[in-house]
Structures are given as structure tokens and as C-alpha cells.
Design a protein around this ligand. Structure first.
Ligand SMILES: Cc1cc2nc3c(=O)[nH]c(=O)nc-3n(C[C@H](O)[C@H](O)[C@H](O)COP(=O)(O)OP(=O)(O)OC[C@H]3O[C@@H](n4cnc5c(N)ncnc54)[C@H](O)[C@@H]3O)c2cc1C
Length: 408
């Protein structure tokens, strides 16, 4: 009997992981990878600022699954088959060691995404994977036992198995060639973006960051704590990126026009801060407000908060009026900022939405609608917060798809 053929659609992290593992686990399988552009693994290359944040040093499945605003349950089950520990081991066994940074992000020890690319390309070479580039798959039909793939160069392929690993598409219309197979999608919306505050004076503090702030989005339940960074455009940093991920749909509905409340010192509520001020006024009575801030906030931010509360930096603590104090306390614990628009986060962004998870078997990544059709990576309605979670999903789903196909 002739060898069975697998066509993987998309030369990204998920496609490569599916292809190399399927070919390795079943040497009889003929594996071809089709990539629309003239580049392989292009997102891996630019990811993590050129260093590739491969995964996250979280070794607890339940904890890890909480980092996915969409698809947490699905990925939780899949992690039982291939988890972060497996990713670390997989790369290590192939001579690519990873290291962990203080915030849990894992990178290759070389600090270069090219190391990950080289590792995957070497595996593809070792298992003789055929690669077709500059060619898109434009339609899929199933004839009896086989598929009929139409490619953009007017040629055709007739594989037994397909894995669609074509990444996230920003527009629903781009899923047309997949929905024609009977699959449905969750509407795509961007995730992992920063907040624009056009014209707001705080932008003059660009580059200033605080280690831990709380960001709430008014009129929603969205609330995140973490590092916050002031940029040339508005606000960024993990607290904002996580808010954008958890709020991807809600914020899209608001057309990225909303108000946020920032607590620069989340250890205090507004009320607790008012109490704290009573003792500060006493302890620091003779000192000038602008001279030293008692909270360890960056000095430029402290001065900004004073001036936006109408407090002269030369004023002494004892002379602070009740009105000024109230304003300052509010600006420290409940500062209101209008957000208008978003900016794509350069280090990592993803599309939320994609193939509906109820139509895919998490044990195999096989379609429940079309036998022998598999999915892996961002095309699925799974997305994580920033920190290596999106690549981990690509490795997990790519591995499971590859392993399942190899077993068939
Ligand atoms: C700038 C940036 C930095 C990032 N950094 C990180 C990070 O450090 N850590 C992290 O976890 N995540 C990161 N991410 C997210 C991560 O890159 C993605 O989640 C991941 O690449 C998804 O992998 P994928 O294989 O599913 O899709 P992709 O990497 O998007 O690959 C899909 C491929 O399919 C091809 N394709 C599409 N349609 C067709 C078709 N019809 N026929 C043939 N080929 C097709 C595309 O050209 C593409 O090459 C980053 C994303 C960006 C944009």
C-alpha cells in the first residue's frame, strides 16, 4: 500500500510542531508543509523582541490554564498530553536549552529566536518533510477517503490527512475556505494591545513605570494588577496587556473608547490612603511635598500627581488643604484616564477567536465534523495572555495533532 500523506497548512510554530512530530513518530508518513509566504516561522523570528519567549515556567496545569482568556478548559485537557515540561524537554533533547527569567518567561539560553528556528528546521530536514513555499491553500474538498487541496499556483494535492495551522486571521471573511467545510468560527478580535490616551499630559512621562499598579475598566468587571508602563501613546505593561486580553471582546464592542481607573498604590484603597495621610501630615509636617514621596513612586510620577491635584510641590505637608488632600488621594488610588484607541503591542500580539472548540476533539485535535482534518495553533479559539502562553498552545496542539495523525 502506498504511504499515507499528510499536508500541514501553515509554516508557523504549530504547523512545524505537527509536521516534525508526525513524521518522527511515523516514518511511513509522507509529510508536506505548505506556506503561503516566502518565510518559514516568521513569527517565531520576531517573537519576544527577537528572543522568542518559548513558554512559561508554570508546571501546574490548573494554574497554567488560567492564563488563557479563551479556551482555558480546552487547553487544560490538552495539557495533560503535552505540557510546559514536555516543551522544555523536547527542545533540550534536541540541544536547545531554555532559561527562565524572574517573571517566569522562558527563552533559549542563546537569547536568539533563530536557535528555535534552526532546531525546528533541522528536525524537518532530518525527517524529510517536503516544504512548499509562496503557495497558499485556497480550498479543501473531501473526496471519498482523500482530500483535494487547491493551491494558489493552480496545482492540487491529494492527502489522506490535513492539519490546518494557518494562524489567526483578523477578519471573519478570511476563514471562508475553512467554514466551507462545515466549521464555524468565533468572530476574530485583536488581543494583547496597549491603551492610547491621545493628548493626555501623562504621556510626557513616557518611560516611567511602576512595579505594581491596579487597572480597572469602568463599567466592566475587568481588573488587573501588575507592572504599568507610561508610553509615548498612553499606557502599557503587563497590567494593561492582561486587561486587553481578558477584555478583548468587550473592548472591541466599546470601539476602544472607555475610561480606566488606576490605583498606583494598590496596597491602599482610597479610604485607607486618606487615613494614611493623617499620619503623614503629622510625621512629615515640615517637609515639602515635592521633596520626597513617602510611597517610593517614581519621583516624576509623584510630581505629576501633585500638579494634577493642584498641589504646589513647594508646599509643606502641614499646609495641605483638605480639598487638595482629597484630590491627591483620589489621584493616587483612583486616577481616571480616558482611553481612545489601541496600539498593537510590538513584542507579542494575537487574534482572539477562530475555530469553535466544540467542533474539535481536544484528545486528538481532529475535527468533529470532518474526519482526518486536524487543527493546531492560533487558528483555534484559544489565546493566552502575554508571557509564552501562546507558543505553548501552539506546541501543545501541534504535538497532539502530529501524534494523533502518526497513530492513524
Ligand atoms: C510580534 C509578535 C511577537 C510574539 N511573541 C510571542 C512570544 O514571545 N511568546 C508567545 O508565546 N507568543 C508570541 N506571539 C504569539 C505567537 O507568535 C503566535 O501565537 C504563534 O505564532 C501562533 O502560531 P501558529 O503556528 O498557530 O500561527 P502563525 O505563526 O501565524 O503561522 C501560520 C502560518 O500559516 C501561513 N498561512 C496562513 N494561511 C495560509 C494558507 N491558506 N495556506 C498556506 N499557508 C498559510 C501564514 O503565512 C503563517 O506563516 C507573538 C506574536 C507576534 C505577532
Amino acid at each position: 500500500m502506498a504511504d499515507k500523506k499528510l499536508v500541514v497548512i501553515g509554516g508557523g510554530a504549530a504547523g512545524f510542531f505537527c509536521a516534525v512530530n508526525a513524521a518522527r513518530l511515523n516514518p511511513e508518513l509522507d509529510v508536506i508543509l505548505v506556506e503561503k509566504t516566502n518565510k518559514l516561522l516568521s513569527k517565531v523570528k520576531v517573537s519576544g523582541g527577537g528572543r522568542c519567549n518559548v513558554t512559561h515556567a508554570c508546571f501546574d496545569i490548573a494554574e497554567m490554564s488560567k492564563k488563557y482568556p479563551r479556551g482555558g478548559n480546552f487547553i487544560n485537557k490538552a495539557f495533560h498530553r503535552f505540557f510546559t515540561t514536555d516543551t522544555v524537554q523536547w527542545f533540550e533533547e534536541r540541544g536547545t536549552r531554555l532559561k527562565t527569567e524572574a517573571d517566569g518567561r522562558m527563552f533559549p539560553v542563546t537569547d536568539s529566536s533563530q536557535t528555535i528556528i534552526d532546531c525546528l528546521l533541522k528536525e524537518a530536514g532530518r525527517y524529510g518533510i517536503g516544504i512548499i513555499m509562496n503557495t497558499a491553500v485556497i480550498s479543501i474538498r473531501q473526496n471519498d477517503e482523500k482530500f483535494q487541496l487547491e493551491l494558489s499556483d493552480a496545482t492540487h494535492l491529494g492527502p489522506d490527512f490535513i492539519c490546518i495551522a494557518s494562524g489567526g486571521y483578523p477578519k471573519a471573511s478570511q476563514f471562508g475556505w475553512i467554514t466551507e467545510l462545515g466549521h464555524s468560527i468565533e468572530e476574530p478580535v485583536p488581543s494583547l494591545f496597549t491603551f492610547n490616551m491621545p493628548g493626555h499630559p501623562i504621556r510626557e512621562l513616557m518611560g516611567v513605570s511602576v512595579e505594581n499598579a491596579r487597572v480597572k475598566i469602568l463599567g466592566t468587571k475587568l481588573e488587573q494588577e501588575g507592572p504599568l508602563l507610561i508610553t509615548h501613546w498612553g499606557l502599557s505593561g503587563p497590567a494593561v496587556l492582561r486587561s486587553s486580553a481578558w477584555g478583548a471582546r468587550e473592548l472591541a464592542q466599546k470601539n476602544y473608547d472607555f475610561t480606566i481607573l488606576v490605583n498606583w498604590l494598590p496596597a491602599y484603597t482610597e479610604q485607607q490612603m486618606a487615613e494614611k495621610f493623617k499620619s503623614l501630615r503629622f510625621e512629615m509636617a515640615a517637609q515639602k511635598l515635592g521633596q520626597k514621596n513617602p510611597f517610593g513612586l517614581p519621583q516624576r510620577l509623584w510630581e505629576f500627581l501633585l500638579s494634577s491635584s493642584g498641589v504646589d510641590i513647594e508646599k509643606r505637608w502641614a499646609a495641605l488643604t483638605g480639598k487638595e488632600q482629597n484630590k491627591l488621594v483620589k489621584n493616587l488610588c483612583n486616577a481616571e484616564f480616558p482611553v481612545k484607541g489601541k496600539t498593537t503591542f510590538k513584542e507579542e500580539f494575537v487574534t482572539a477567536g477562530g475555530i469553535k472548540l466544540s467542533e474539535v476533539d481536544h484528545n486528538t485535535m481532529m475535527s468533529k465534523k470532518v474526519p482526518n482534518l486536524f487543527f493546531a495553533g492560533e487558528i483555534l479559539d484559544v489565546d493566552g495572555v502575554t508571557g509564552g502562553f501562546n507558543f505553548q498552545h501552539a506546541w501543545t496542539s501541534g504535538f497532539i495533532a502530529g501524534e494523533s495523525i502518526a497513530a492513524l
